[in-house]
Design a binder for this molecule. Structure first.
Ligand SMILES: [Zn+2]
Length: 290
């Protein structure tokens, strides 16, 4: 059972933190369990149906149709596409202009090149700034799992943070909000996105990626930060202290933040009880069931 209160608490933390990193402090609001987040969580995890488009017909004439399906995972090409479209619509409904970053990998991955789509949006600074703070989470899951914790939880967290950032009267830096594809296949979406930012000459202040925020079996509400730079560690610890949240630093590299660090950007991973989890294979927190 994914603990939504846990996600909301994490949103609060992450929001304040991201703003602090962006050079400003904003009073915390308790209003984080937005209807948009609850809806998105339900649809990503197959509790509620999502709309999918398909075409019928032949080469001469095709007709577009829509139907509703409940996702059983976010692993297949079909399910990832449906999820990407859902995320695109969710951002647009909230007044954030979404963009698609579709990619095909080059050789280097065994077998056939991989194709996928990251969904992202820029929330611009309100003053002149060429710096960007990236907040991201992967939306894909492993095969056969609704991936509620891994990583619908991080995905809805990032949406919540985006909505709060959008409401600010003043933003000292630009924000990039991004939902990565194919993390579970080897950080493919985030690596392709990091490369794109590099290629575009983007002045990235820092990349913050969130993975698995819904699990807190011991109820201590602690948050783990993965491989932070010293400056980011300091910022997280300062903000966490204000909220009396315990922070554990870990060296876990196995998620999207690595994609940014390995290409030379400042990066940090945010998670819940990953390193400190009990090593019981029967526990569902790794890939998460509702
Ligand atoms: Zn994950």
């Amino acid at each position: 059972m994914v603990n939504f209160g846990r996600i909301i608490g994490a949103v609060l933390f992450f929001y304040i933190l991201s703003i602090a990193v962006a050079g400003q402090t904003v009073p915390a609001s308790k209003d984080f369990a937005s209807a948009a987040q609850i809806e998105l969580l339900a649809k990503l995890t197959g509790k509620k149906a999502v709309k999918v488009s398909f075409e019928i017909g032949n080469e001469k004439r095709t007709l577009k149709r829509q139907r509703e399906v409940k996702l059983t995972d976010r692993y297949s090409v079909f399910a990832r596409k449906a999820s990407a479209n859902l995320l695109y619509r969710s951002l647009r409904q909230e007044g954030i202009k979404p963009q698609r970053h579709s990619y095909t990998t080059e050789l280097g991955h065994v077998n056939t090149p991989k194709q996928g789509t990251n969904i992202y949006a820029i929330i611009p600074a309100t003053i002149k700034s060429d710096e960007y703070v990236l907040l991201g989470a992967h939306y894909d899951s492993v095969k056969g799992s609704p991936g509620a914790n891994d990583n619908a939880s991080g995905t809805v967290l990032v949406l919540g943070v985006a909505l709060q950032i959008l409401k600010l009267n003043e933003r000292k830096r630009n924000f990039i909000i991004v939902f990565f594809d194919q993390e579970e296949r080897g950080l493919i979406g985030s690596r392709m996105f990091a490369r794109k930012l590099k290629r575009d000459g983007m002045n990235l202040h820092s990349a913050h990626t969130v993975d698995q925020m819904g699990w807190d079996a011991d109820g201590d509400k602690a948050i783990e930060i993965e491989l932070p730079t010293p400056a980011l560690e300091k910022a997280y610890r300062q903000e966490a202290a204000k909220l009396s949240i315990t922070v554990h630093k870990t060296n876990v590299p196995s998620t999207d933040h690595t994609a940014f660090r390995e290409i030379g950007f400042n990066a940090i991973g945010v998670t819940e009880e990953y390193k400190k989890r009990r090593h019981d294979p029967a526990l569902p927190q790794r890939h998460g069931y509702l």
